[in-house]
Write a protein that binds this ligand. Structure first.
Ligand code: HEC
Length: 198
């Protein structure tokens, strides 16, 4: 966490240095470029993922899958949300098959999830990207499953234990986030910045 914050400060400094060194070309110079938004977006997604991942792994190792599930239920959403406050950007982790309804992808996000999925199917490289919407800029990055995820997002009777499954159903009666295999698109990071005025 400390390391991430430090990295973030370094990135911010780099960006602000870059901006001030371009003072000569006036006006446009204060706005971060698309590349810089991509860099910041990546950093925010990475550090939020690390905070989530570290807490999740600790919970699984210390107390097992069900306790970890409860931990996610109580904390995942607010953890992501608190990173939004820390970074002053809207940081969302959304899915086409959400567990928590609050993580439902909107129309635009669904479009990008579909295109990431197509790329994975065709074994193409999937890269994060930035989309400029005038006064806002959004960074999108895929969230891919690995074997560890399947104890809570896998297939019942395979990776997903019946006791874990029934706890999921208790906490999320409308859960859609099961049946995944490893290396599938589970969702995306959607990080929106309000552009600074010129
Ligand atoms: C211990 C159980 C558990 C494990 C392991 C787990 N998750 Fe989840 N996951 C959850 C729970 C519970 C939620 C809902 C959290 C909430 O209420 O916001 C969730 C939500 C998510 C979401 C947000 C969208 C949604 O469906 O609400 C994504 C994306 C996600 N998980 C991806 C992953 C990935 C990728 C892995 C593996 C690296 C993983 N999860 C491992 C339990 C787990």
């Amino acid at each position: 966490m400390i390391k991430n914050v430090a990295l973030f400060i370094v990135v911010s400094l780099l960006i602000s240095c870059n901006i001030s060194s371009k003072k000569g070309d006036k006006k446009e110079s204060k706005k971060p470029t698309t590349k810089e938004y991509a860099l910041i977006g990546k950093q925010y997604a990475l550090s939020t993922k690390k905070v989530l991942g570290k807490n999740l792994m600790t919970a699984i190792q210390k107390e097992g899958t069900i306790a970890a599930l409860k931990f996610c239920n109580n904390n995942a959403y607010s953890l992501v949300d608190s990173m939004s406050v820390l970074y002053n950007a809207s940081i969302k982790r959304v899915s086409d098959k959400p567990r928590n309804k609050k993580n439902t992808a909107n129309a635009e996000e669904l479009k990008h999830i579909t295109s990431f999925k197509t790329k994975v199917l065709n074994k193409q490289k999937i890269n994060p990207f930035v989309k400029d919407n005038g006064d806002k800029v959004t960074f999108y990055a895929p969230i891919i499953t690995n074997g560890m995820c399947l104890q809570c997002h896998g297939t019942l009777e395979k990776e997903l234990q019946p006791t874990v499954f029934s706890e999921i159903k208790k906490l999320y009666p409308e859960d859609k986030a099961v049946g995944y295999a490893a290396n599938e698109v589970r969702g995306i990071w959607s990080i929106t910045f309000i552009k600074k005025p010129k």
